[in-house]
Design a protein around this ligand. Structure first.
Ligand SMILES: [Zn+2]
Length: 100
C-alpha cells in the first residue's frame, strides 16, 4: 500500500471511532450499537440491526436542521460497521443501513 492510502485509511478509521464515541451523548445513552455485530442494545427484538428506527429518530432530532452533519456522522458510522464485519456479513449489513 502506498503512504497516502495508508494515511487516508488511518484518517477514515479515526473519524469512524470519533463518530462512535459521540453516540451515547446523541442518543441519550440508549439504542446504542453493540459491536462488532451492530445490533441495538435497547430494542426488544433481539438482533435488531443498528441503526434501529428509534436511533434514527433520536439522531434526526439531535441534528435537526443540519442534514450535512447527520449524513457525515452516519457515513462515518457506516464505515466503522463495514470494518467490523467479515465480508460474508457485509451484504446483510448493507441491507440494514438502507434509509428507512
Ligand atoms: Zn433500538
Amino acid at each position: 500500500m502506498t503512504e497516502p492510502l495508508l494515511v487516508a485509511l488511518a484518517t477514515e478509521a479515526a473519524r469512524a471511532e470519533h463518530a462512535f464515541a459521540r453516540l451515547p451523548e446523541r442518543l441519550g445513552g440508549a439504542h446504542l450499537p453493540r459491536r462488532p455485530q451492530w445490533t441495538c442494545d435497547a430494542c426488544q427484538t433481539l438482533d435488531t440491526p443498528w441503526p434501529c428506527a428509534p436511533a434514527l429518530v433520536l439522531l434526526s432530532e439531535h441534528h435537526a436542521g443540519d442534514d450535512a452533519e447527520l449524513a457525515a456522522l452516519l457515513g462515518a458510522l457506516h464505515a466503522a460497521a463495514m470494518a467490523d464485519q467479515p465480508g460474508s456479513l457485509r451484504q446483510e449489513m448493507l441491507h440494514a443501513w438502507r434509509l428507512r
